[in-house]
Structure formats: structure tokens, C-alpha cells
Design a binder for this molecule. Structure first.
Ligand code: IMP
Length: 432
């Protein structure tokens, strides 16, 4: 039985939400394994729009189990708000349909504040990351620093105050250093106890649930957030998020062994976008970028920020295929290129006059690479809403084939609009 991991192969916002939603029809369980409510997944089902940031995309499907794995950083307030918004939209989110791993670290208001303090301070020195200001980085720092409060701690009111002490010793020292007021112990205790009753019913031993499901032959879909170039190790460091976003993280981030992962699907946009600061070799800060941004509605789901846009970068996606072990890609937003006379694709870089076929690891070198473009003729017809290869203009098929060849991975799915059903299946990732 092939379980599937879905990851972003660029800088996030590749359209993972729609693909995960579409694939979840074939799955029994949908699992988030990293990131937090910095992610933004938009689903359009029968014209109704659902915007998710923390909950797995499978939550809008009846009869599926949704799981938040321990690799996620979990903001209880964001969770309560998202669940209540979904309920208003008629989606029932109940503890029998959604499980949160007991060993998941929490994001608290002090993490969010620290994220903001640092970004504000960095704005003046030009070292800003452009984070979502959701407290993601500071929460992961506390997890690795062994001072995080975890979901299970909400159920243990005897040890909770000691854990809060330990966390505050660190945070108050940092806050004093940055010139901000300390946080009172009682304020954190109130923050935690006020949400405990709404969180604890969802808490469970997720590793055990997943093991049982796997042994019973049920299909698990692991839903990555952000993208490969935002990975803390493999991305454009330091302009990255604070988790491993690559496919391998699905295992430790949920409590399954690496052998539980059968197929890695890389979600890939037909051009490139990124939000926040950092290098972007094929960025088009011109009318081409404006066109892609407007046609592609490239605004962040979470922060509403305008995304930076540029041509497809095959160097980056080829690297993503390698570091994730991508078996096939889901190509999204091809329709955004409809009607362009010329389409460019980056096939390599020059770095200080030398030809290279990879993204160099150092920040300085990443900023200096120059893209080498191959120019392709555009197509006149439309790909929007196509439901079979035969509906695609010949030149669009040529573009897709060229991308496959450059990145060394086949197209398994082609998405031709935000609607669930506008999807062409080439290879079923769940097939054995
Ligand atoms: P953080 O994850 O909030 O710490 O932000 C770090 C970087 O990751 C920033 O460049 C963000 O814009 C980017 N980022 C975080 N989540 C997403 C996402 O879901 N899509 C695209 N970029 C993201």
C-alpha cells in the first residue's frame, strides 16, 4: 500500500491545498507533519472557498480522519478560531474526526510577540526574514531548546507551572535584552488554562493511531506545508521557515518509520513565486511579474502579502526532486500562462562567470547567481478547466514535457483551475 507525501517543490504556495483535497478522496487519513498556521491552503469545493492554515486539508471531506502530528507547532488560539470558522461554513470538526498528537509543541502569545519584535528590529538593519509573524521560529527554538509547553502539559496542572517557569526564565531574559517588558507567570498560566478544555478532547497518541491504520491497510496522505526552498536545511537559509519541509520529515513529524512513505508527490507551479525576503534568481520585477501575479491571484492566504513572481526555475525544482525523492509532480496553474507569446524557463545558472546546474548553498552565492533562460513559444488556446490531455493546446503539452525532461520527474497530476474537478490524472500516486 503506497502512502503518499505531498510537498511543495518551490517556495510554497504551489497549490498544495487543492491537490491534497483532491487526493484525500483516495485516502483514509490526512496528516500534517510540520509548520503551523503560517501555512495557507485554499480549497474550492463546488464554488465554496475554504481557507485553512493549521488544520489538515482533509478536514473538509466527510469520513476522513485528520491528524496534526508532533512535527507541527500548534497555536491553540488559531486552532479554536479555525475550527469555529469551519463550523460556520458547515464543516463539522469533532474529536472523532481530528486528532492532535499529545507531544506537539505549542505556540503562545510570547512566541508571536518575539517573532514581531525581531522582525521589527531587523527592518532597521536590513536583516529581516519577512516571516508571517505567527511565532513559528520562536516556538521551534523552544522545542529544540527543551523548554516548550506541549499539548499533553495542558492535562498536567501539577507540572505545568514548572514548565512555564523554565520557559519564562529564557524568554524574560531575551525580552529584557530587546528592551521589552517581562511576561508574568500568571499570564501564561491563564493563557494555557483558558484553552485547555477546547484542545484536550482532540489530544491522542498519534503514532499509535497511525501504526494501527497502517497495519489495517488504510491509506495515509501526509500533507506538507511551505516548500522545499523554505526548508531549514535545504532552503535559501536564513530566508526559510524553521522546520524541515522536505518529504523525509513526514516520518519523525508524525511518528511513523521511513518505510511507511511510498510515493512523494512534489507540487510544482508552472512558474515561480515567493513571499518574504531572500534570493529569487528568476524573479521578474517588471510587467511579466505583474502579469503573473494578477492572472495568478498571487496574494498570500495567511498574510495577504503580494507574492514575488518569476519564470519557472528548473534548477530549483530539479534540486527539490533530489532532496525530497520526488516520484512525480502535480503541475499547477498552467492556465496562468495561457495567451503569453513567449514563455521563459531557467535551465541553469552562471555564478561568477562559471556555468552551474544547482543552487549554491551560501547566501552570498545565492544572491549572485544569474539565470540562463530557454525561450519557448506560448500557446493561443486555453488550458483553464481542461480535464484531459486532448483538451490542451499542443504547445502547452510541449511546455509540460520540457519541464518533465529538465527536472527529471514525470507529471502525475495536472491541475487546470482551483476547482477540485479540474484535474487531469496521469498516474495515481496511491497505486501500489
Ligand atoms: P515563518 O514560517 O513565519 O517563520 O516565515 C519564514 C519564511 O517562510 C518567510 O519568507 C515566509 O513568507 C515564508 N512562509 C511561511 N509559510 C509560508 C507559506 O505557507 N507559503 C509561502 N511562504 C511561507
Amino acid at each position: 500500500m503506497a502512502n503518499v507525501v505531498v510537498v511543495g517543490s518551490q517556495w510554497g504556495d504551489e497549490g498544495k491545498g487543492k491537490i491534497v483535497d483532491w487526493l484525500s478522496e483516495r485516502a483514509d487519513v490526512v496528516v500534517r507533519f510540520q509548520g503551523g498556521h503560517n501555512a495557507g491552503h485554499t480549497l474550492v469545493v463546488d464554488g465554496k472557498v475554504y481557507k485553512l492554515s493549521l488544520l489538515p486539508s482533509g478536514v473538509v471531506r466527510e469520513g476522513k480522519l485528520s491528524v496534526i502530528g508532533n512535527g507541527v507547532v500548534f497555536d491553540p488560539h488559531a486552532f479554536v478560531a479555525e475550527v469555529s470558522k469551519l463550523k460556520e461554513q458547515g464543516v463539522s470538526v469533532t474529536p472523532d474526526r481530528l486528532k492532535i498528537a499529545e507531544n506537539t509543541s505549542l505556540i503562545l502569545s510570547l512566541h508571536r510577540e518575539l517573532d514581531g519584535f525581531r522582525e521589527d528590529a531587523a527592518s532597521n538593519s536590513g536583516t529581516k526574514i519577512g516571516t508571517t509573524r505567527r511565532g513559528i521560529g520562536p516556538a521551534y527554538e523552544d522545542k529544540v531548546g527543551r523548554r516548550a509547553i506541549r499539548v499533553m502539559d495542558l492535562a498536567d496542572l501539577e507540572t505545568l507551572p514548572l514548565k512555564v517557569d523554565r520557559m519564562l526564565t529564557h524568554h524574560n531574559a531575551v525580552r529584557r535584552g530587546l528592551g521589552h517588558p517581562e511576561v508574568e507567570h500568571s499570564a501564561i498560566m491563564t493563557e494555557l488554562t483558558s484553552v485547555a478544555d477546547e484542545i484536550l478532547p482532540y489530544m491522542d497518541r498519534v503514532w499509535k493511531i497511525l501504526d494501527d491504520k497502517r497495519r489495517a491497510g488504510e491509506r495515509i496522505l501526509f500533507e506538507g506545508a511551505q516548500g522545499t526552498l523554505l526548508d531549514i536545511d535545504h532552503g535559501t537559509y536564513p530566508f526559510v521557515t524553521s522546520s524541515n519541509t522536505v518529504a523525509g520529515q513526514a516520518a519523525p513529524g508524525s511518528g511513523v518509520g521511513p518505510g511507511a512513505i511510498g510515493y512523494v508527490l512534489g507540487i510544482t507551479k508552472a512558474y515561480t513565486t515567493r513571499v518574504g525576503e531572500g534570493p529569487f534568481p528568476t524573479e521578474q520585477d517588471n510587467e511579466v511579474g505583474e502579469f503573473l501575479g494578477t492572472r495568478g491571484r498571487e496574494f498570500g492566504t495567511v498574510t495577504g502579502r503580494k507574492r514575488r513572481c518569476g519564470w519557472f526555475d528548473a534548477v530549483l525544482v530539479r534540486q527539490a526532486v533530489a532532496v525530497n525523492g520526488i516520484n512525480g509532480i502535480a503541475l499547477t496553474k498552467l492556465d496562468v500562462l495561457d495567451g503569453l507569446d513567449e514563455i521563459k524557463v531557467c535551465t541553469g545558472y552562471t555564478l561568477d562567470g562559471e556555468l552551474i546546474d544547482y543552487l549554491p548553498a551560501s547566501q552570498g552565492a545565492q544572491a549572485r547567481v544569474e539565470p540562463i533562460y530557454e525561450s519557448l513559444e506560448g500557446w493561443k488556446g486555453t488550458t483553464a478547466g481542461a480535464r484531459s490531455w486532448n483538451d490542451l493546446p499542443a504547445q502547452a503539452v510541449k511546455y509540460v514535457r520540457y519541464i518533465e525532461e529538465l527536472i527529471g520527474a514525470p507529471v502525475a497530476l495536472l491541475s487546470t483551475s482551483p476547482e477540485r474537478d479540474d484535474t487531469i490524472l496521469v498516474t495515481d500516486p496511491f497505486q501500489d
